[in-house]
Design a protein around this ligand. Structure first.
Ligand code: CA
Length: 229
């Protein structure tokens, strides 16, 4: 999993400061000095996981860049770089789809902590948090977000992966459909419970020996599902 971060900042001294510190923290940093350039580099590097966006820029500003990124990409983590004198920036930034903000001037430790936190949430666990969950015959790699069954790769969507991870972290526990919806889609997702059943039906086709007679993902009638027995 690439640990790629985009830094958009027009002031070269601040940009170098950020680049040096993130590189030291183990990130591969893509730099840009304008919003237009940042959008191009994001297109060329779809594996960028986190973007740091300065607000005041020549050309389109950081809010506009954020808005344009979010129009097509909901997965990337976005941190706005705000000035202390511009309290309103935080609200505006979050409204346009940013996940977090860092106020200038910031320390290297503060910066990397924020990027690390968002990087993990954006689905790319940092190496020290990486791990594997093994439950015969399944091996879930939480670093690559991949699943293998008897050594054979099972191709999963992001949602299916999240469901598998949830099950494997809760073996033998009956989980209600509401709990599953909260854990996989998030508490702020206002969807129908049916989406849980649809995804589990699809997941069973991929992981069960016989999806008509599932033995791994068991139905708990009138309640939800349970992993294993
Ligand atoms: Ca600036």
């Amino acid at each position: 999993m690439a640990r790629k971060v985009l830094v958009l900042e027009d002031e070269s001294s601040i940009r170098s400061f950020i680049v040096i510190n993130l590189t030291r923290a183990g990130y591969e940093v893509i730099e840009s000095g304008t919003g237009e350039e940042a959008l191009e580099k994001l297109q060329d590097n779809p594996d960028i996981r986190v973007a740091l966006l300065d607000i005041m820029l020549p050309g389109i500003d950081g809010f506009e860049v954020c808005r344009r990124i979010r129009a097509t990409n909901t997965r990337i983590g976005i941190i706005m770089l705000t000035a202390r004198s511009q309290e309103m920036d935080k609200v505006t930034g979050l409204m346009t789809g940013a996940d977090d903000y860092v106020t200038k001037p910031f320390s290297p430790a503060e910066l990397t902590a924020r990027v690390d936190a968002l990087f993990r949430r954006a689905g790319g666990a940092a190496p020290e948090q990486a791990g594997e969950i093994y439950q015969e015959p399944f091996l879930l790699n939480t670093r690559n977000r991949t699943l293998a069954k008897k050594g054979q790769r099972v191709k999963l969507t992001q949602v299916e992966y999240s469901i598998m991870k949830m099950f494997m972290e809760n073996p033998g526990k009956a989980l209600s459909r509401e709990e599953i919806l909260d854990m996989v889609w998030g508490r702020d997702y206002f969807g129908e419970l049916k989406i849980v059943d649809v995804n589990i039906r699809r997941l069973r086709l991929k992981i069960e020996d016989n999806a008509q007679n599932p033995t791994y993902i068991n139905t708990v009638w009138g309640y939800g599902y349970k992993w294993g027995f």
